[in-house]
Design a protein around this ligand. Structure first.
Ligand code: ATR
Length: 286
């Protein structure tokens, strides 16, 4: 960190926050480009989120990232939000544009960039099955819908939540083919048959659990994507690998949502390779 008085801060607000890998990733990128920004984590209690957002202006931070559990609440505390953030109902990136706070959701496009890095092409020819109907699922779904995915199936334990998302997205993407499915092997089996992309957005996998999924019904060239990145290979990814399917965990999504945020704040091309190296080192070196 330099002593330059022009140094500007970018914050990340979460609760908890100590585990966040974003400071390492962004500070590596700022150093690489020699830009006068520093990225700082703040543990913000939900009751203090409004004050913390106001502080972005008061302290003239260049921007912020917003993480769990604040992404939804932050949406209503900003001066402006992008269409993606509005549709998803959550903000993960804030840019302070001369005292005006603009909210973005870079998770959604970050997810698509991670898929592309994993070799997924021509999403408009793919049927995707998304497991889960929380915030992460909504970001992934909007990313896929923006890429004009051929068909989108939202599978969730609580079917009603998937139905609400479907109904909401149909208003923004009237021509998209979106359906829902209970998170049960019997129903998923037939949905998997012509599916080229399976995405787990539930937290199942973090604690070494595994959803009961009929993976052998998937297309042989399907990609199984798990947003969980710790452990790096969940039971779901290990099972998929054994079946010869392509697999990818969620760390590149974290990278690319950060790359996009970096570019919003600095208006420069992010040094993605440097940020990736720092991120992977922080995530997987004990
Ligand atoms: P996030 O914002 O990270 O997506 P969330 O909004 O809490 O987190 O959503 C968690 C998702 O994981 C939900 O879809 C949840 O299913 P329900 O809607 O039925 O609660 C899903 N989930 C969590 N634990 C699960 C489990 N043990 N089995 C199946 N789905 C689970």
């Amino acid at each position: 960190m330099s002593n330059n008085c022009e140094l500007r801060a970018i914050a990340i607000y979460g609760f908890p926050i100590a585990h966040s890998l974003s400071p390492v990733m962004h500070n590596a990128g700022f150093k690489e480009l020699g830009v006068n920004y520093t990225y700082l984590p703040f543990r913000v209690h939900p009751a203090d989120l409004k004050d913390a957002i106001t502080a972005i202006k008061a302290l003239d931070f260049k921007g912020a990232n917003i993480t769990v559990p604040h992404k939804e609440e932050a949406l209503d505390l900003l001066d402006e939000v992008t269409e993606d953030a509005f549709i998803i109902g959550a903000v993960n990136t804030i840019d302070n544009v001369g005292g005006r706070l603009v909210g973005y959701n870079t998770d959604c496009r970050g997810f698509v960039l991670a898929l592309k890095e994993a070799g997924v092409t021509r999403l408009n020819k793919q049927k995707a099955v998304i497991l889960g109907a929380g915030g992460a699922s909504k970001a992934a779904c909007v990313g896929l819908l923006r890429e004009q995915v051929k068909r989108l199936v939202i599978a969730n334990r609580t079917l009603r939540k998937a139905e609400l998302i479907r109904d909401n997205f149909k208003k923004s993407f009237p021509r998209a083919k979106i359906s829902v499915c209970p998170l049960r092997p019997e129903e998923l089996g037939s949905e998997f048959e012509d599916c080229g992309l399976l995405v787990n957005t539930t937290s199942v996998g973090m604690n070494n659990d595994c959803l009961n999924l009929p993976l052998d019904s998937l297309n042989k060239d399907a990609l199984v994507y798990d947003m969980v990145y710790n452990p790096p290979k969940t039971k779901l990814l290990k099972r998929a690998e054994k079946l010869g399917l392509k697999t990818q965990n969620g760390l590149d999504m974290l990278l690319y949502q950060g790359v996009l945020g970096f570019e919003i704040w600095t208006k420069r091309t992010a040094p993605a390779a440097v940020m990736k190296e720092a991120l992977y080192k922080a995530a997987y070196t004990k």
